[in-house]
Ligand binder design. Structure first.
Ligand SMILES: [Zn+2]
Length: 270
């Protein structure tokens, strides 16, 4: 759960920078700027530019939601996608008191949120799940809204704070890590910010892990299983689009195997 995204390796599409600069100029002419404009630069962008940014994010993430790791996209999958701002465009002063707030104006996005709204490293593709339509509970950023999160998909070390169970559940590596519980939720009514232990997600994750274990089992004896494990790890780590859903959960399970741990623990949480 929670896909690692290496933002150092990627760049924003060129049109994005051009469109942002145009909006910055327009705003200047209107006499407002960071910290005084009620709209962030992202809010001012046209739909076509936003769509191009989403397309590029989707390709870089192998068409997986950064939080739930389900396949997302435009048209070719059931789950829609949209752009998530990790530092929210419109944060609350309560949760982000350290930002540069305009005195007495909690409705104006602080300068940092304005800058981050068009900082490509702050943007992720996420699923557009909706409650009601399919009767499933909300997850991911639809639930998170603008609340402050502890886990950061850009920080591989932070993702080591997660562990994956054969039951399909995701839990903190340290069971007492309350900040992780607060992000992912415990399930059964405790949603946390992302509701990653929602029953439908656990079921899908459990099925994906079960398929993987069955594949390894069918390999035969110990050494053949090692080889199958390694093949699967390399397969999952390859730059692919689309990537396999629940890729981090699968990598976690595979790298738990003693023979894989030494070799891949640097590449992946073990
Ligand atoms: Zn999601």
């Amino acid at each position: 759960m929670m896909l690692f995204v290496d933002k150092h390796a990627v760049h924003a599409p060129a049109v994005f920078g051009t469109a942002v600069e145009a909006q910055r100029r327009t705003r200047g002419l209107q006499g407002v700027g960071p910290g005084t404009d009620s709209r962030t630069l992202w809010d001012r962008l046209d739909g076509e530019t936003r769509r191009m940014v989403l397309d590029k994010l989707l390709r870089e993430q192998g068409h997986l939601c950064v939080y739930c790791e389900r396949t997302i996209g435009t048209g070719r999958s059931r789950l829609g996608a949209h752009v998530e701002h990790f530092l929210p465009r419109h944060p609350s002063r309560d949760e982000y008191p350290g930002l540069t707030w305009t005195d007495g104006r909690d409705d104006l996005p602080p300068a940092e949120a304005d800058a981050a709204s068009v900082d490509y490293a702050n943007l992720f593709a996420v699923c557009s799940n909706e409650t009601g339509r399919d009767g499933l509970p909300l997850t991911c950023d639809k639930l998170r809204g603008s609340h402050r999160m502890a886990l950061d998909p850009r920080d591989r070390k932070a993702l080591r704070r997660l562990s994956y169970k054969r039951s399909g559940r995701v839990e903190p590596a340290d069971p007492d890590d309350e900040t992780v519980w607060d992000d992912i939720g415990r399930g059964e009514g405790d949603t946390g910010l992302l509701n990653l232990n929602a029953r439908h997600l656990c079921n899908a994750r459990r099925a994906a892990i079960a398929r993987l274990l069955k594949l390894l089992m069918s390999a035969g004896d110990g050494r053949a299983v090692d080889a199958a494990c390694e093949r699967e790890i390399r397969n999952l780590l390859a730059e692919r689009d689309p990537k396999e859903p629940f890729i981090e959960a699968k990598l976690y399970i595979l790298t738990r195997r003693e023979s894989m741990r030494a070799k891949y623990s640097d590449a992946y949480p073990a």
